[in-house]
Design a protein around this ligand. Structure first.
Ligand code: BGC
Length: 787
């Protein structure tokens, strides 16, 4: 059940004190402590009935005084990149006449103040709220979504969310368009980087954790922002992974695999929902009353605000469901799209639509009520400057070093790195001798932050080279060569550089760059090749038909391999890549995703063993692109392929192996772990009951380390085919060398049931298989019967 936050009814004195607190950026040290001491505090208490009634009374009373034009104004979200000296007279005039409800893309308090001043000059003085894409950090950038997910560490993820909220609110912001919980099984999609991978359970846990971390107990309080979960719904299932494409999906898959993460975020109290750009089964989400009303509000009880994606209402014309702007506005408002992001149709067309009777006043009122509730919950009616603060308290320098949370970013980033291969204990490296650091991403401060890096500044990010240089200062010699451009294809470079300089192209020939790199490699004891994708290659509008490392860098890798020096590949990328050659030829390989502001330090920590890697893959890595979609929780089919017993007429490719290169949940450590003594507390159980699955995990190596114990369940005989296994629990544990510990998981209806085609959750009796292990290939461990 959604629980919107209601402000505490604070006495005026306390409110004034809080205002003073919210306009000062607390010192970084205290924020770390604050962030980790209550990492996932959420709305533990539902708002009292009296508080809810008070809010409804306030909003209704305000709406009674609003003209139709003023109501429509509340439904418009304008994108404004306003600096301190905003000189946008037309915009200010719009705000003064009550034609704008909220703003996004303004990220400084002076900029916001000018706009809020204009709102305070409007007839009813309805305050604006301010939104921004705070996706994986704000001033401090944390690892991209896939990296956060790889940590399998809810405390670390919550910490990233708390700090994002603290920093964003210190800049006056009230809402973020996050978390992005679109399940994706196709690495070709550039937006995989923003989400948390292929698994429904993991993504649901992360979505809920982030919502609570961002919003805290009460988003009217300093250090919190509202979360608008996105993209509702199923954007990650677009055909061919070509961005903005169509989704067509069976109800079972929709309910079972794709919808639960949005629901989990809403149950955690998400104040907003961003509506997806795509159509599902022919109906664009922005115009889908079933999605936005029947499912979201009636079935799930959502009380917050829905926001269209950028320009999505007008796009209904090109989707082929609206004849013109007016038609698009009609469809969107009737479907339940409350706030219109950056298009003009609501402002222009809703009024005549109401006058003609095609849209009712009740439909407008419903949407306006959702917007005003958000403003009420943010405390803006008590004080429109509550989050913006007073001018004299504005930070002198919004980009000041003191506003960053580097220690937290480094800690979270280390946990997000996944060791894919480590032959002959190549890693960790010793801080001695000569190390050749090669590759177009090695010195990049922009790429290490990843895309959607919000208000982060590249010059404040730590490149891999810098991290290594600091770690080895005075002890080892570092040699550097760029070795290759990220990509040599001129057309692709032009595409990637269209809105932001993404790829720097060296004027030297590829041969000259490789020759320089090989020379450096020959002088070194070990070669670190920092290769992969530029941040812009794994972004919105960055779908690929292939998922290999670009040709220019592969040629470099081949040349480095030919030197015979130990080769460590340090990957930077925002999607699973096809790495067959790299796996076969590298001595060690570390997946670093885009690790954020402190990425270089975190990567050095892992490469030198100051932190023992513990990340696990949240997405399957296929061998070749032709295998996609490839995901661990697939159905068995009537003719499953058995590698032990290969048979032509089974579900397989004849030109390549079936399985992944690296499975979901996979990741190595510098130590080894063993799972034994798997048991269930009962062999039989009645529906509604609970049993415990447990196992002993032992650190069998010589180093302390963390691993992620994973619980998978299978319903082998059901009324519809069920996946070969599904993740239903995990626990990240730390074990000293030689230490062992019992880990247990509760299993009940929630872990055993599934959604049928009618969207009903069924728990069917019969046998269940339980798997406990350290990745999704975990061997079958135990079974029980459900009655
Ligand atoms: C993206 C959203 C984002 C919005 C605002 C759109 O293009 O799809 O995820 O929140 O822009 O920046």
């Amino acid at each position: 059940m959604n629980r919107l936050f209601l402000p505490r009814l604070l006495p005026a004195l306390l409110a004034a004190a809080l205002l003073a607190a919210c306009v000062q950026t607390p010192p970084a040290q205290s924020l770390s402590a604050q962030a980790s001491s209550s990492p996932s505090t959420g709305p533990d208490t539902a708002p009292t009935l009296a508080a809810q009634q008070e809010r409804e009374r306030y909003v209704s009373e305000l709406m009674q005084r609003m003209t139709l034009q003023e109501k429509i104004g509340q439904l418009r979200l304008r994108s404004v990149d306003a600096g301190p000296n905003v000189d946008k007279e037309a915009l200010l005039q719009e705000i003064r006449s009550g034609q704008v409800g909220a703003i996004f893309n303004t990220v400084t308090r002076p900029g916001m103040r000018v706009l809020q001043d204009a709102a305070m000059q409007s007839r009813l003085k309805v305050p604006l709220f301010f939104a921004y894409d705070v996706i994986h950090g704000h001033r401090t950038v944390f690892p991209i979504g896939l990296g956060l997910a790889s940590s399998f560490d809810m405390d670390a993820i919550a910490r990233s969310g708390r700090i994002s909220a603290i920093e964003a609110n210190a800049d006056g912001l009230n809402m973020t368009f996050a978390p992005m919980v679109d399940i994706s099984r196709d690495p070709r999609w550039g937006r995989n980087s923003e989400g948390y991978g292929e698994d429904t359970y993991l993504t649901s846990r992360i979505g809920a954790t982030l919502v609570k971390a961002l919003q805290g107990d009460d988003p009217s309080q300093p250090g919190t922002i509202m979360a608008a979960v996105k993209h509702f719904a199923m954007y990650g299932a677009i055909e061919g992974a070509r961005d903005y494409n169509t989704v067509d999906m069976s109800p079972q898959r929709m309910y079972q695999d794709y919808l639960p993460p949005y629901k989990a975020a809403i149950d955690a109290g998400a104040a907003g929902v961003m509506v997806a750009l795509n159509a599902v089964n022919g109906v664009p989400a922005t115009a889908d009353p079933w999605l936005l009303q029947e499912l979201l509000r009636k079935q799930w009880g959502f009380k917050g605000i829905t926001v269209s994606d950028h320009g999505a209402i007008l796009e209904l014309i090109r989707h082929g469901v609206a004849a013109d702007g007016r038609d698009a506005a009609r469809l969107a408002i009737k479907a339940g799209t409350d706030l219109s992001m950056n298009d003009k149709v609501y402002g222009k067309d809703l009024e005549p639509l109401v006058e003609s009777g095609e849209v009712s006043m009740a439909e407008i009122d419903e949407a306006v009520r959702h917007v005003l509730r958000v403003k009420y919950d943010l405390g803006l009616f008590r004080d429109a400057y509550r989050h913006i603060g007073r001018a004299e308290d504005d930070p002198a320098d919004t980009e000041a070093e003191s506003r960053l949370h580097r220690a937290d970013a480094r800690e979270v980033a280390r946990r997000s790195l996944v060791l894919l291969k480590n032959e002959g204990d190549t890693l960790p490296l010793k801080k001695q001798g000569t190390i050749a650091v090669i590759g177009p991403l090695a010195k990049s401060q922009r790429d290490v932050m990843g895309n959607w890096s919000a208000a982060g500044k590249a010059r404040q990010a730590v490149s891999v080279y810098q991290g290594l240089a600091e770690a080895t200062a005075g002890r080892a010699t570092l040699l550097y060569a760029k070795g290759a451009n990220v990509i040599d294809d001129a057309e692709v470079v032009t595409y990637l550089n269209e809105f932001e300089k993404d790829v720097e192209v060296d004027s030297r020939t590829a041969e000259a760059m490789i020759a320089e790199a090989v020379q450096a490699a020959r002088k070194a004891d070990v070669v670190l090749a920092v290769v992969g994708e530029s941040q812009g290659m794994a972004h919105e509008a960055s779908s690929r038909t292939d998922i290999v490392i670009p040709e220019s860098q592969r040629r470099l890798l081949h040349a480095l391999k030919a030197t015979g020096k130990p080769l460590v590949i340090v990957l930077m990328n925002g999607r699973p890549l096809a790495l067959e050659w790299e796996h076969a030829n590298a001595d060690a390989m570390l997946e670093t995703w885009f690790a954020g502001t402190e990425g270089g330090h975190a990567i050095a920590d892992v490469l030198f063993g100051d932190y023992n890697p513990s990340g696990k893959l949240p997405m399957t890595f296929p061998r070749v692109v032709g295998q996609v979609p490839l995901y661990y929780n697939h159905l068995n089919t009537g003719r499953p392929f058995d590698p032990e017993n290969p048979n032509k007429y089974t579900s397989r490719y004849f030109d390549h192996e079936n399985g992944p290169l690296y499975p979901f949940g996979y990741g190595l450590s510098y130590t080894t772990f063993d799972v034994s003594d798997v048991k269930l507390s009962r062999a039989e159980m009645a529906r509604g009951g609970q049993l415990t699955a447990s196992a002993t995990i032992r650190n069998t190596g010589r180093r302390d380390g963390e691993t992620v114990v994973q619980l998978y369940v299978q319903d082998p005989v059901a009324s519809i085919s069920r996946p070969v296994r599904e993740l239903k629990g995990f626990s990240k544990i730390f074990l000293k060398a030689g230490e062992s510990r019992e880990v247990s998981f509760e299993i009940g209806d929630e872990q055993l049931g599934f959604y049928n085609a009618q969207g009903r959750f069924n728990v069917e009796p019969g046998k269940f298989n339980v798997f406990l292990g350290l990745d999704s290939r975990a061997a079958q461990s135990a079974s029980f019967t459900l009655h």
